[in-house]
Write a protein that binds this ligand. Structure first.
Ligand code: ZN
Length: 206
């Protein structure tokens, strides 16, 4: 399936399987990844928070790839490779192209415009128009996006975050206050949601 062509292929090759599994478990616990069932097949999928980071990363990679191809003087690739990608990510890529204000991307945009679907085409057209208008680019959206990213990347403290309950699988909020309290007491983070903790307590009593 060409998975070995993916640029993160082999990133953890020096880690042991149990370490890789621990990383994935951590990301599931901290709301970056989730497990979803496709029929009987379990799949690891991004949560909104995880996707925020991944989409940002992936669009950077697309752009760097374009830079490399342009520097090497390669002919414009078959732009259909961007077809059927996540729409949110594609629009983010176009935003970033816009923000560079660099005309060198115009041939890529024009080639892309010819092959993609209507909705993406409209966004590509918008991007080309920005280059042609020579109006200064409004950085507000870029700044806002950067902030969202930083929030997402911050991971846990010092803001409320969600933890997946071991027992029922639902996510619950672990507030900043609770985080402080747990830290002071030297407790590790709760593994179960409140209802499940209460239920367990009762079971231990009786
Ligand atoms: Zn629970």
């Amino acid at each position: 399936m060409g998975v070995d062509k993916c640029n993160v292929y082999g990133v953890f090759k020096s880690a042991k399987m149990e370490n890789v599994v621990a990383k994935i478990d951590w990301m599931v616990a901290y709301d970056f990844l989730d497990i979803s069932y496709n029929g009987k097949l379990p799949m690891i999928v991004f949560t909104d928070r995880g996707w925020e980071i991944e989409a940002n990363q992936r669009t950077e990679e697309f752009l760097r790839e374009w830079d490399q191809w342009i520097n090497e003087g390669r002919p414009i690739p078959d732009m259909t490779y961007l077809e059927d990608r996540n729409r949110h990510m594609i629009l983010l890529l176009l935003e970033k192209v816009k923000e560079t204000g660099d005309n060198k991307y115009i041939p890529y945009l024009e080639a892309w415009y010819k092959v993609d679907y209507k909705k993406v085409r409209a966004a590509i057209h918008e991007t080309i128009k920005v280059f042609q208008s020579e109006e200064p680019f409004d950085p507000t959206s870029a700044i806002k996006r950067e902030n969202t990213m930083k929030e997402a990347l911050k991971g846990f403290a010092p803001f409320d975050f969600r933890i997946k309950c071991w027992e029922c699988g639902k996510r619950f909020i672990f507030t900043v206050g609770e985080q402080k309290f747990y830290k002071q007491k030297g407790f590790s983070e709760p593994k179960r949601c409140k209802p499940c903790r209460e239920k367990r307590k009762l079971e231990l009593y009786f």
